[in-house]
Design a protein around this ligand. Structure first.
Ligand SMILES: Nc1ncnc2c1ncn2[C@@H]1O[C@H](COP(=O)(O)OP(=O)(O)OP(=O)(O)O)[C@@H](O)[C@H]1O
Length: 262
């Protein structure tokens, strides 16, 4: 990690409320190129909302997010932040791939159609080029032979690997994963984590919300613990997972480890 470089993802003072519920409270986080940052924390602490602010699925009430130096979803006009036009926002979103807890595939399209849809429609890639890339990606996520299969015919783990291929087809600068294995049967969790490990080892910049503490320990460059809408502590996996400074982190970890073992 090179601290003197500009972060690829900059989250600065981001706050978000839903009505009276304060979900994010002036969150700051920098993620550098090639880093994997795992975000852990109790249910409702704001982890998903933070990820959703990074690709502007949610608009922060205060603060801003930059990806590769570019403000996400907004621009400064007359000293005020105003929403970007929809076409600009769509272009920006192509640079931030996201994989959700439940599989974001279109059920009426085959796996191959799912993967080429956005490159052809949004990036205006030729169908031939998009198909070639999609076949490479399917091989990469070990779904070769499933091109013409519909999502409902796949296991949850296979669907999630197809969703990863679909996100990668847009050649994103960063990938966000929101609890990508928590809706899966235990036997398919490992297949998805192994694809994510390979992505990390290839140097992709990733933010991963996860309860998979062993994955975070092995793969993360940095772990951030969130509670009550803020990052309470962050550091290397050894620092945060094995020697947490904060009592709240300690208590959370003992609950998660017990649940995972139980
Ligand atoms: N669109 C929304 N409208 C209203 N409330 C919302 C919305 N999105 C999230 N919330 C609320 O904000 C709080 C934080 O949600 P968030 O999903 O960010 O937490 P989380 O840490 O990811 O939790 P989990 O681990 O359970 O997914 C929760 O109380 C949730 O119900």
């Amino acid at each position: 990690m090179t601290e003197d470089k500009t972060p690829l993802i900059q989250i600065e003072g981001v706050s978000k409320s839903f009505g009276p519920l304060h979900v994010l409270d002036r969150v700051d986080l920098d993620v550098y190129a090639g880093e994997v940052v795992c975000i852990i924390g109790p249910s409702g602490s704001g982890k998903s909302t933070l990820l959703r602010c990074v690709n502007h699925l949610e608009q922060p009430d205060e603060g801003w997010v930059k990806v590769d130096g570019e403000m996400i979803g907004v621009e400064v006009r007359n000293d005020r932040l105003v929403e970007l036009p929809p076409a600009e926002l769509t272009r920006q979103r192509t640079e931030v791939g996201m994989v959700f807890q439940s599989f974001n595939l279109f059920g009426h399209m085959t796996v191959l159609e799912n993967i080429i849809e956005s490159p052809v429609q949004v990036l205006r890639e030729s169908k031939a080029k998009a198909l070639e890339h999609a076949r490479q990606l399917l091989e990469w996520v070990r779904l070769e032979g499933k091109e013409n299969t519909y999502p409902r015919q796949l296991s949850g783990g296979q669907q999630q690997r197809a969703a990863i291929a679909r996100a990668l087809a847009m050649r994103p600068k960063v990938m966000l994963f929101d609890e990508p294995t928590s809706a899966l049967d235990p036997e398919t969790v490992g297949e998805v984590l192994s694809v994510m490990r390979r992505l990390a080892s290839e140097g992709l910049t990733m933010m991963v919300v996860t309860h998979e503490i062993d994955f975070a320990r092995d793969v993360a460059d940095r772990v951030a613990f969130m509670d009550g809408g803020d990052i309470i502590e962050q550091g290397t996996p050894a620092e945060v997972l094995d020697n947490p400074r904060e009592e709240r982190t300690r208590q959370f970890l003992s609950r998660v480890v017990n649940t995972n073992q139980g």
